[in-house]
Design a protein. Structure first.
Length: 295
């Protein structure tokens, strides 16, 4: 199948929820499972899929409950989505996959590795979220700081007041809204955000991911920031993991990533001296090659 064709798929899991994902590439290619950031969904895929085509990948992009076409699961953590992903692999007849995820997708990558280790060949995390200590919160963009404090307080009404207007702005003009949210990001991130290919994918992804409203986004914030990650243990992630992080990331502090990677038994941290949260966009080929070499 050509990489300009994207299949939009879904299944019904045991509790009756709809779980959706997209696929592109040949189904006899090397399976690569992608877990997008937050907010994000199954249409958070590259418009330039040349790096995937050059490597013959069969790319599956998932979305968490409450985003896009996937039924919300109130009170969720990370284990529920890990089991949903296993159901997708069962449906598609895939035994083992390479896994790639970034930003708010990082705990979902790790949870899948911990809870379904026999399904993962190797994993990569890009600028992933990690549990914070109070001194790190002030180094992030304003939106993430506010979300952290509201989630820690369990203030769902406050999270709605924060995210509902941003959702409306993202649906009305995704690029302007995201530039506003990322105003404090380093120049390298601003450069990526001006790339036409990145913009095309971002607009489609945001419109679909936020179609249901902000409940899924808030569920994710509560899982990420509301307390400790308790439904899986990072120490149980025996999978080979490479974690890429940029020193200038103002969405996910490098120090938090360093602390989390130290808890993973078979992981290495690759630090980009320059760049920020979006640095990996122009490094897709080398990131995939490193992942393929381990898998």
């Amino acid at each position: 199948m050509a990489y300009d064709e994207v299949r939009d798929l879904s299944l019904t899991v045991a509790d009756g929820r709809n779980v959706a994902w997209t696929e592109c590439g040949p189904d006899d290619g090397v399976p690569l499972l992608r877990m997008p950031g937050t907010p994000g969904g199954r249409w958070g895929i590259r418009s330039d899929r040349t790096p995937w085509a050059e490597r013959g990948l069969w790319v599956l992009t998932t979305e968490r409950p409450g985003f896009g076409a996937s039924t919300r699961l109130p009170g969720r953590g990370f284990a529920g989505h890990a089991h949903d992903v296993a159901a997708i692999l069962d449906r598609q007849g895939i035994d083992r996959v390479l896994v790639l995820g970034g930003s708010g997708g990082s705990p979902h990558v790790l949870a899948f590795c911990a809870l379904h280790p026999d399904r993962v060949r190797a994993a990569t995390v890009l600028v992933g979220a990690a549990p914070l200590v109070p001194d790190e919160v002030g180094s992030m963009i304003e939106l993430n700081q506010q979300a952290y404090h509201l989630a820690r307080a369990g203030d769902v009404s406050g999270l709605h007041a924060l995210t509902d207007p941003i959702r409306e702005q993202l649906l009305d003009d995704p690029l302007v809204a995201f530039h506003s949210v990322m105003a404090e990001a380093p120049p390298s991130d601003q450069e990526v955000m001006s790339d036409p290919g990145w913009q095309e994918a971002f607009v489609r992804g945001m419109h679909d991911a936020l179609a249901q409203g902000t409940d899924g986004w808030i569920d994710e914030a509560l899982a990420l920031e509301g307390g400790e990650w308790t439904d899986f243990a990072p120490e149980d992630v025996a999978t080979s993991v490479t974690w890429y992080h940029a020193a200038g990331d103002v969405n996910c502090p490098l120090s938090a990533a360093q602390r989390l990677v130290a808890r993973l038994p078979n992981a290495r941290l690759h630090e980009w001296a320059d760049g920020g949260h979006l640095t990996g966009y122009h490094k897709e080929g080398e990131i995939l090659d490193e992942l393929l070499a381990r898998g």
